[in-house]
Design a protein around this ligand. Structure first.
Ligand code: SF4
Ligand code: SF4
Length: 497
């Protein structure tokens, strides 16, 4: 029955991760677009699938270099007792660190998973709105998470399901990554607004919508990771090159997540970290987060979206939050409103005012020299409680006027920032990065365990000062290239511990 050459294909100690697909071709759900919907296997076919799984597990038992196994069934496997038992058997092997499976979660996990070493189990759960309700599905996910299983949730990016997907995101814990797969078979392109919606749900959605060119030179497929099915061993599920033939992959595009997550140089891989294999983001140990405000926490209208407010409230329960903004404190307070109390302090006025542990430090700025300014230039001076000046804001009627002011005032005494018709001036020693370091020193936090989130090139030094850096989806391209991650504030909780 077993016509594959698994053993000779993977006697390589470098292989640690295996994707496995057996002979199963059946499902208890009937999703309209799926060839396995309500298909049944004969008893003989199930027996063959069972034998193949057992044979695979026997092989894994004797190959101690295998660490992680992800089962990718065509259909639903976990309704079959032999898959339940097989996964439990794999998870109990001492050299196995994780066992994952794609599933529709149509069963009650607590019925048969109680005896599992759940900390080794990784569940890639697909939500099918036409087959199950949000509350029932979310209840199962939260049960698995509460019992230490790794979980991620996936949906198909069907524009007709926007409302239910939004509800699913709202009901799921923010710590759970909800990914959106580009809908195969959609007979039209997604509109810009639909792309924005799916990107707001899954900040990594565009990687799935526009999968990358295949690049076998930087691919882990066939090196540390292989895909195994009844035909043999392959570099990945998309590659047609048999691993044992020792030929490079000749595909043009890595056109599914399992494939493109193998590309070591991809940004998605960088963001997912060690969790890329499971599609469950690696949770980085972050001990403080510094948020810029304008354009980072606020939208184009200057408002903080409700989803961000909710995310900040969630994050503040476990991680100290700080602000790092060009706004003086009073404006920051006005913008944050009731969210102000979630922050333990921050860096205000481009670093000229640092609040930490209840103490305020102002970095004085020298008075402006007596220069001729363009007509209608408005100068606002900000003063500390002791009357000392710490920031100027100059507004002129045109950006070219401000550019002129920038050139005239540029000196070693000041740090200047221009944004359209606004020029801000602080002391040369004041900046967000320095403020971040001072707060860390005062609070006893290692900067290497902080996360800084911003949107403009102006935030780059602050992002460099933090151990982890994040640009929001609307950030300047230069900052996105500079940052470790491109995520919105409401996407962060799934990526940090
Ligand atoms: S749950 Fe998955 S395998 Fe089953 S019918 Fe739906 S899409 Fe197909
Ligand atoms: S298609 Fe698969 S094997 Fe080929 S480069 Fe992409 S991930 Fe690697």
């Amino acid at each position: 029955m077993l016509n594959y050459n698994f053993t000779s294909g993977t006697e390589n100690n470098a292989i640690t991760n295996i994707y496995y697909r057996g002979l199963l071709r059946s499902c208890n759900y009937r999703c309209g677009y799926c060839p396995f919907a309500k298909s049944q296997m004969s008893v003989a076919e199930q027996e063959n699938d069972h034998k193949m799984l057992n044979s695979f597990i026997d092989w894994v038992e004797h190959h101690k270099h295998i660490r992680n196994i992800m089962i990718l069934p065509y259909g639903e496997a976990l309704i079959h007792p032999y898959y339940q038992e097989g996964i439990a058997r794999l998870a109990r092997l001492p050299h196995i660190e994780g066992v994952g499976i794609q599933t529709n979660l149509s069963f009650a996990p607590q019925r048969f998973m109680m005896g599992f070493p759940l900390f080794k189990i990784r569940i890639w759960a697909s939500f099918h709105p036409e087959m199950t309700g949000v509350d029932e599905f979310v209840g199962k996910i939260h049960w698995l998470q509460a019992h230490q299983a790794g979980v991620c949730v996936g949906v198909v990016g069907n524009p007709a399901n926007e409302d239910v997907i939004r509800t699913l995101r709202q009901k799921l814990s923010p710590t759970i990554y909800l990914f959106v797969n580009a809908m195969q078979g959609l007979t039209r392109r997604l509109t810009a607004s639909e792309q924005r919606f799916f990107s707001s749900i899954d900040n990594l959605f565009l990687y799935d919508l526009h999968p990358p060119r295949a690049d076998y030179a930087v691919c882990d497929g066939g090196r540390t990771t292989t895909f195994f099915n009844e035909r043999g061993v392959f570099a990945c599920p998309r590659s047609q090159a048999l691993w044992s033939a020792n030929k490079p992959c000749e595909r043009k595009i890595c056109d599914c997540y399992i494939a493109y997550s193998n590309l070591k140089n991809s940004r998605l891989r960088q963001m997912m970290g060690e969790g890329a294999f499971w599609r469950i983001p690696e949770k980085r140990a972050v001990h403080a987060i510094f948020f810029d405000i304008d354009g980072t926490l606020t939208d184009a209208n200057g408002n903080i979206p409700p989803a961000y407010s909710h995310a900040l409230e969630h994050l503040a329960r476990t991680i100290p939050l700080y602000l790092a903004t060009s706004l003086p404190e009073e404006y920051a307070r006005q913008t944050l409103g009731t969210l102000w109390g979630l922050f333990r302090g921050g860096v205000f006025a481009d670093g000229a005012h640092i609040r930490s542990g209840g103490d305020d430090e102002y970095i004085p700025v020298l008075p402006l020299p007596n220069i001729a300014m363009p007509a209608s230039t408005k100068v606002t001076a900000y003063r500390a409680p002791d009357g000392s000046l710490y920031k100027y804001a100059l507004t002129a009627k045109s950006a070219s006027d401000v550019q002129q002011l920038y050139k005239t005032l540029h000196s070693d005494n000041y740090r200047l920032f221009q944004e359209n018709c606004l020029l801000t001036i602080v002391d040369r020693n004041a900046d967000k990065a320095t403020g971040l370091r001072r707060i860390c020193a005062q609070a006893g936090i290692d900067p290497a365990q902080t996360l800084a989130v911003g949107n403009s090139a102006h935030d780059a030094p602050m992002l460099s000062a933090a151990g982890y850096s994040c640009a929001v989806l609307t950030a300047a391209e230069s900052l996105k290239n500079h940052a470790d991650w491109t995520l919105n504030p409401d996407g962060l909780a799934a990526f940090i511990a």
